[in-house]
Design a protein around this ligand. Structure first.
Ligand SMILES: Cc1cc2nc3c(=O)[nH]c(=O)nc-3n(C[C@H](O)[C@H](O)[C@H](O)COP(=O)(O)OP(=O)(O)OC[C@H]3O[C@@H](n4cnc5c(N)ncnc54)[C@H](O)[C@@H]3O)c2cc1C
Length: 401
């Protein structure tokens, strides 16, 4: 069997390696990661791990020994710098090139950085890795003036943890609404209220033009004036790591272009996770997704494709976010202009928003309504056209609509 080399030891790469063994692959598997950890779950980085509720070893997908047991060669702290498709070799930052029979890109993404004056001052942090958390977690203590840049999920989750630890939190969002790209205005308004009542100072339509300070960040300069800061955490999105694949001549379009079975146009090269732009069967269009279910689903798809049994990923995209006592669960991919139907009670913090496009149920976002989350997946997969009056009645379960 062809040797498999996997670039990137995140959840997509880890899953591809484990699934290959589960499917009976008996060739050599090399999993190369530039971090010093075996594949781990990133979601707790802005939630339970940041809060200090979960120890580091509980973050790992599988214990390190398991990779030995499964005969998966894991190269830690190792960076791939070039892929040569002619000689079928990957070149490392140090050491001999590695030959491959089949190659998997699971290179994920890296944080988008601020570029304004002062952006390099000490005290400005980002959040993608375990080591990023180690870089600032101990400082999140009572009275710390924390400024968070970005009102997406990561910024809001960090705000929830930090305010609970007694920090004075100011969160800046450039757009008029937080969570603007991903939810309906009602959901944005709900989370704005929740955070404000917890003590987070949310400032929307606020853009950062500079950071200032003597030797470390002390102030954030915005279009509405300066804000004092002891620490800044930036969460303004990621950039997919596609440069290696691009230099190797693979098609790139906001991600490495793959089909619904995680295959590139090169029959020996596959890609999975945040770095891919894939045809998503469940939503019927090309997307690049940043979610654990997608990374795991495509990781499995890669293994199936390598084993000669390609199967499309058909799962409806889903995501979650934990803030305070609120569990937000999301299925499908809403778009601006979708009609929305609210079920349950926003004031009781138990409700869901369904998204309807041309009469079809396309997405659902539920707060503390796990049943709607689970049942909505089936409606989305079936491209169901619901009766809107019934949909608005939370006494009727989604499965009975
Ligand atoms: C703070 C935070 C909270 C999140 N919360 C949620 C959540 O609640 N729910 C959810 O579904 N998703 C969440 N996500 C997103 C989710 O974690 C990602 O979608 C998922 O980790 C993607 O996995 P991946 O394997 O594709 O990429 P990554 O996890 O980015 O892994 C890629 C790995 O490849 C390495 N690499 C890249 N290039 C090279 C190279 N040239 N050589 C060697 N190694 C390389 C990278 O350093 C990295 O270790 C969160 C992410 C973060 C950061």
């Amino acid at each position: 069997m062809d040797d498999v080399v996997i670039i990137g030891a995140g959840q997509a790469g880890g899953q591809a390696a484990l699934s290959l063994r589960q499917l009976g692959f008996d060739g050599k598997i090399t999993l190369i990661g530039d971090e010093r950890y075996v594949p781990y779950e990133r979601p707790p980085l802005s939630k339970s791990f940041l809060a200090g509720d979960v120890p580091e070893e509980r973050m790992f997908m599988r214990p390190a020994e398991m990779y030995d047991e499964k005969n998966i060669a894991w190269l830690k702290s190792t960076t791939v710098v070039r892929v040569d498709r002619q000689t079928k070799q990957v070149h490392l930052a140090e050491g001999q090139p590695l030959p491959y029979g089949k190659l998997v890109f699971a290179t994920g993404g890296r944080v988008r950085k601020m570029t304004c004056p002062g952006a390099d001052l000490p005290g400005i942090h980002y959040l993608r890795n375990i080591d990023d958390v180690h870089g600032f977690r101990a400082r999140l203590t009572s009275g710390l003036k924390l400024v968070i840049v970005g009102g997406g999920f990561i910024g809001l989750e960090v705000a929830a943890v930090a305010v609970k630890r007694g920090c004075e939190v100011t969160l800046l969002e450039a757009l008029p609404l937080i969570l603007n790209r991903v939810t309906a205005p009602e959901m944005s308004a709900f989370y704005t209220d929740v955070h404000r009542s917890a003590g987070v100072d949310i400032r929307t339509s606020t853009t950062v033009s500079a950071f200032e300070g003597a030797g470390k960040v002390e102030r954030v300069i915005t279009n509405h004036g300066p804000i004092d800061a002891d620490l800044v955490i930036v969460g303004i999105g990621i950039i997919p790591n596609v440069e290696l694949a691009e230099a190797a001549g693979l098609a790139i379009d906001n991600g490495i272009v793959v089909d619904e079975c995680a295959r590139t146009a090169d029959p020996d090269i596959f890609a999975a996770g945040d770095c891919t732009n894939h045809f998503n069967v469940a939503v019927g269009e090309r997307r690049r997704l940043e979610s654990v279910p997608n990374a795991l689903g495509q990781g499995k798809a890669v293994a199936l494709a390598i084993m000669g049994k390609p199967e499309p990923v058909t799962e409806v995209p889903w995501f979650w976010s934990d803030q305070y006592d609120l569990k937000l669960q999301m299925t499908g991919l809403p778009k601006p202009g979708d009609q929305t139907v609210i079920r349950g009670s926003i004031t009781d913090r138990k409700f869901s928003i369904s998204y309807i496009r041309e009469g079809v149920f396309v997405a659902c976002q539920s707060v503390n309504m796990a049943k709607d989350f689970l049942q909505s997946k089936k409606l989305i997969a079936a491209r169901h056209k619901p009766d809107l009056a019934k949909l608005a009645d939370s006494d009727i379960s989604l499965k009975d609509i």
